[in-house]
Design a protein around this ligand. Structure first.
Ligand code: ARG
Length: 281
């Protein structure tokens, strides 16, 4: 007589396991919106730098409370988007592939981040192609999902496949509001993601459906507050507090969503994940 199978059937799909993360962040001391390189940005409207810093501090403290190892890069005056550290590079196996930004306004950030990687003993690879780092490259288990269409050039996908010796899945973004891959996909753990299907080409949607049949499908409303721009340790998922349906879906799947308000940084077109670059030694 065994009841094991019955117990298994009513339990959540899996017991979620949190893994301690190491990340790089940049305090938004010089944050403002002084140019427009994505539809979220309105330079004619005011921004509040001190509010941006206060909101960012909550995210920073949330990561510390989760036991993350958080490194900080010094913000540079005149680089208001430097707070979006995800764009500063892509780091796996101690190899830091540098960023090469699409728009001139952000180009000096590439070398600034590469200097930090060098000073912190990463093996830095100067990029040959345009790419915006972890904004467009997301590691899920052993596979790299790579976005293109608005920022990173598809030849950067070939470059990272070569550098890391991993499979790279190219996904074409089609909605200018979701111009970086991390605005349209949230990596939940090593095997699953959440995403907004309408942000991708038909081919991209088919590929995602095939790779992640069990994915969480985000609502347009949650995506519109950059709810997918979230950061997970496999159990705890830091999300935009306004992404209510996403929060519910995460809870149903056994994750622990933690809401934070980054409304001021949303004025630059970024959220939780944009402010976070994972450092994988
Ligand atoms: N203003 C920045 C830009 O348009 C926002 C970057 C957001 N970063 C991200 N990883 N999605 O480049």
């Amino acid at each position: 007589m065994s009841t094991t199978s019955i117990v298994d059937a009513v339990e959540p799909a899996a017991t979620r396991v949190a893994t301690k993360r190491t990340v790089l962040m940049c305090r938004p001391e010089h944050f403002t919106v002084s140019y427009r390189i994505n539809p979220w940005m309105h330079p004619e409207e005011p921004t509040d730098t001190s509010l941006a810093v206060r909101q960012w501090e909550v995210l920073y403290q949330t990561y510390l409370d989760l036991g993350f190892d958080v490194h900080l890069i010094d913000p540079v005056e005149g680089l208001p988007d430097m707070v979006y550290a995800a764009n500063g590079g892509f780091v796996i196996d101690n190899i830091a592939y540098g960023a090469s930004f699409t728009y001139p306004q952000r180009q000096p950030e590439g070398p600034a981040y590469m200097d930090w990687f060098r000073a912190n003993d990463f093996d830095v690879r100067v990029p040959a192609n345009i790419n915006e780092g972890e904004g467009d490259f997301l590691l899920v288990g052993g596979v790299i999902l790579a976005g293109t269409g608005f920022r990173s050039a598809s030849n950067s996908h070939e470059e990272i496949a070569e550098i890391y010796g991993r499979e790279v899945v190219t996904l074409e973004l089609v909605n200018p509001s979701f111009y970086h891959l991390d605005t349209a996909i949230s990596v939940l753990d090593d095997t699953n993601i959440a995403y907004l299907p309408s942000a991708f080409s038909a081919e991209g949607r088919a590929r995602l459906d095939e790779l992640f049949p069990d994915a969480i499908i985000a609502t347009e409303d949650d995506a519109a507050v950059l709810g997918l721009n979230s950061y997970s340790d496999g159990y705890n998922i830091v999300i935009a507090s306004r992404a209510k349906d996403f929060e519910r879906q995460l809870r149903e799947r056994g994750y622990n969503p933690i809401g934070v308000d980054l409304s001021e940084l949303l004025l630059g077109g970024g959220g939780v994940k944009c402010c976070t670059l994972e450092l994988r030694r």
